[in-house]
Write a protein that binds this ligand. Structure first.
Ligand code: NAI
Length: 289
């Protein structure tokens, strides 16, 4: 199967690894060459680590790497059977990319979005053949997270849904079919988790580290809410909250936090920028001032 991935950032590069490991021929496209270089270098590092852990051998590493090519034009995805878009979480930009992509791919190519919170129906509406559009939502990091939400829009055909589910299962993932509602399942449940943690901090009840420590120790969570927001990226996480809040007609349950907004505006994005609720710049993780 030929798979085209649009966007070679955190998610696109991870999804490319998943598909290539499953034996697909993958083309990873990004408008930013530096992102592609970074994705290629990151994959090399990951695969070396997997060899060290004894999970794969060097032949498998070569096989996975040779299954991925890095391309700088959308047109190059023309021979795809499935495309998965993982670019910036912005409806206008996604719609533009989707309507251009449709000029290059065959009529039976499935066009999927990895959006965290946007309506699949509105993305599908940018296509001449909206029935070929579906949400395929991976979690971060895509190679490690078992769950994938598959989201049919009201326009999605039954055949496209079935084929998408089967493909994701073939990639050894576990599928949850979710309705096309804001945040789907996991990101909706997660909004109050982050939101309430931010409110506890804003009310001065506890600092980031204490909240994280409590949730991990008593709640059994692998990461506390602030660690997780730093991992996801405060820019991405804030945008998802804003989208879900707006899409639910400003239901206060999903109200975004000024603290997170300011962190995103300041460039305190989390791990990817070296600083978020914690400071990652000097090797040791310590709460930011
Ligand atoms: P990212 O910022 O790491 O990567 C986005 C990439 O898209 C960048 O490399 C950028 O150069 C590229 N890009 C932007 N506009 C483009 C265009 N018009 N054509 C081609 N490439 C373009 O973002 P990330 O975190 O990978 O998120 C991507 C999508 O996946 C978003 O829709 C996000 O909501 C969703 N998502 C993010 C998760 C996360 O934990 N970060 C989890 C699940 C979904």
């Amino acid at each position: 199967m030929n798979v085209g991935i649009i966007g070679g950032g955190t998610m696109g590069s991870g999804i490319a690894q998943v598909a290539a490991t499953a034996g697909c021929k993958v083309k990873l496209y990004d408008t930013n060459q530096a992102a592609l270089d970074k994705a290629k270098a990151a994959l090399e590092k990951i695969l070396v680590r997997l060899i060290e852990k004894g999970r794969i051998d060097s032949e498998e590493k070569i096989r996975i790497q040779s299954n991925i090519s890095y391309v700088d034009s959308l047109k190059a995805l023309g021979d795809s059977h499935l495309t998965i878009e993982a670019i910036i979480e912005n409806l206008d930009i996604k719609q533009k990319v989707f309507s251009e992509l449709e000029n290059y791919v065959a009529d039976d190519c499935i066009i999927a979005s990895n959006t965290s919170s946007l309506s699949i129906a509105s993305i599908a509406a940018s296509l001449n053949k909206p029935e070929r559009c579906v949400g395929i939502h991976f979690f971060n990091p895509a190679p490690l997270m078992k769950l994938v939400e598959v989201i049919p829009a009201i326009q999605t055909s039954e055949a496209v849904l079935e084929k998408s589910i089967q493909t994701i299962k073939d990639w050894t993932k576990v599928v949850a079919v979710a309705k096309d509602t804001p945040g789907f399942i996991v990101n909706r449940v997660a909004r109050p988790f982050y939101g309430e943690a931010l409110r506890i901090y804003e009310e001065g009840l506890a600092d980031f580290a204490t909240i994280d420590h409590s949730l991990k120790t008593l709640g059994g969570f692998r990461m506390g809410p602030f660690e997780l927001m730093d991992f996801i990226g405060n820019d991405v996480n804030y945008t998802v909250t804003e989208t879900v809040f707006t899409a639910f007609y400003f239901d206060p349950r999903y109200k975004p936090s000024f603290t997170q907004k300011r962190f995103a505006e300041a460039g305190y994005l989390g791990r990817k920028s070296g600083k978020g609720y914690y400071d990652y710049t000097e090797g040791a993780i310590k709460p930011a001032p």
